[in-house]
Design a protein around this ligand. Structure first.
Ligand code: SF4
Length: 424
């Protein structure tokens, strides 16, 4: 069969379709880049905001209009709204999150454990979902109950993948020529808690047993990290980038969010990280317009974000998700005020990001090239990421996709840096 895999949302969704790709290929099926060419389309949906849920429905309708044979829908939105998903055009089956890891076996009528074999070498997915970096799922679900969060509802209780399975996926990525592995989960920092281990154990095992050139950790909740966690970065293959969702800089808002952090404990964690990891990039997520957020509380968030001096951040305009405690709270903030606050935060993060990037002009950094944008009179325009998660562009005489080069940084660019390749 010709199979097209698509996803909306987080890195975990991306990691899951990469796993499905390997399993379909292991059974002799072909991955195609367009739904129009496909006998079967799988769409991994998202529900983190109402926009993401709408994008998920639109993706399914687009695949049907493009003439896809049959559509399998899975992921957070369809797990919350299975009836609605089943009624969309050409949808043959809706598979909830708790059965997603065995989706391919179920679709092909194979026993659930069929794929617990040594996986095939990783190959980048064809089309828009092509990634040089391998996203590897190590954990799913979450045992916390942040009041705005629908993910914990859609993905269920926290559960970790055994080390052996994760190492097998890293090996498959290495065999496929991957230079960088990104560990991902719903609540990555809780990996191992369900069998008395901690994320440090997993990271050490990967660094000790696998010669992966670059290992990156995706989002980490700021309350999971014990004291010796930052000693992991003594190994230079662990990339100096921490994404620590703050969500709000106001202690009273964090309380209403049921977040297990405070501005004081967050500040302390950042200081410990910066003491242990030179030039570490600390990025974050902040929600603008959480129910009841006063002008004063928003001011506290702006001041705290500026004080911490993040290297960058995502701003989420609060989106009321049915089924979450926050949706039932009083004093929801008006759309206009939410938009104004989101814009102010985005402006602040743009300033802070520029300040962070500016310090690297004149330095030489390692860059993993991910995309080739165009060929002009200076050669191929390459774009890629540094270890501390800065987007860098440079020219090369030939495409250098999936290669790590040393790059002399010459200037700031609108959302990154520009440089010249000096060595590979
Ligand atoms: S830690 Fe909070 S925000 Fe993160 S997945 Fe769990 S409940 Fe959601």
């Amino acid at each position: 069969m010709k199979i097209h895999l698509d996803t909306i949302g987080c890195r975990l969704n991306q990691a899951e379709i990469e796993q499905m790709a390997r399993q379909f290929r292991a059974e002799g099926h072909t991955l195609v880049s367009q739904a129009a060419e496909a006998d079967l389309v799988v769409v991994n949906t998202c529900a983190v905001t109402s926009e993401a849920a709408a994008d998920s429905r639109q993706k399914i309708r687009q695949a049907a209009r493009a003439g896809a044979g049959e559509i399998i829908v899975t992921g957070c939105w369809s797990s919350l709204q299975p009836q609605q998903a089943a009624e969309l055009p050409r949808v043959r089956r809706v598979i909830p999150n708790e059965r997603k890891d065995h989706l391919v076996a179920e679709v092909l009528g194979l026993p659930a454990e069929h794929f617990d074999l040594e996986p095939l070498a990783r190959e980048a997915l064809p089309g828009l979902r092509q990634r040089t970096r391998a996203f590897i799922k190590v954990q799913d679900g979450c045992d916390n109950a942040c009041t705005f969060c629908i993910t914990t509802v859609a993905r269920g209780a926290g559960r970790s993948r055994p080390i052996a399975e994760v190492l097998a996926d890293v090996r498959a990525a290495l065999t496929g020529g991957t230079q960088e592995v990104v560990l991902t989960g719903v609540h990555l920092g809780s990996w191992g808690q369900d069998f008395g281990q901690s994320l440090s154990v997993l990271v050490r095992a990967i660094l000790n047993e696998m010669d992966i050139p670059r290992l990156r950790l995706s989002s980490l909740e700021p309350w999971d990290l014990n004291e010796d966690f930052f000693s992991l970065w003594e190994n230079p293959r662990l990339l100096p980038h921490l994404h620590l969702p703050l969500q709000s800089g106001s202690a009273s808002v964090l309380k209403r969010m049921l977040r297990k952090t405070t501005p004081a404990s967050f500040r302390q964690l950042v200081q410990a990280a910066r003491a242990a990891i030179p030039a570490v990039a600390i990025t974050t997520d902040v929600i603008a317009g959480f129910p009841g957020e006063t002008e004063e509380e928003f001011r506290e968030t702006l001041d705290f974000v500026r004080e911490i001096g993040f290297a960058g951040g995502h701003v989420f305009t609060y989106s009321s998700r049915p089924g979450t405690p926050a949706a039932r709270m009083k004093n929801h903030v008006s759309g206009e005020v939410k938009r104004t606050r989101s814009a102010q935060l985005r402006t602040l993060f743009a300033e802070l990001s520029e300040t962070y990037r500016k310090q690297f002009v004149g330095d030489t950094l390692s860059v993993l090239w991910e995309t080739t944008s165009e060929l002009d009179e200076w050669g191929w325009q390459m774009e890629g990421l540094t270890g501390n998660y800065i987007r860098v562009s440079a020219h090369a005489p030939s495409p250098r996709w999936n290669v790590v080069d040393r790059v002399k940084i010459t200037a700031l660019s609108p959302d990154g840096l520009r440089g010249e390749i000096v060595a590979s």
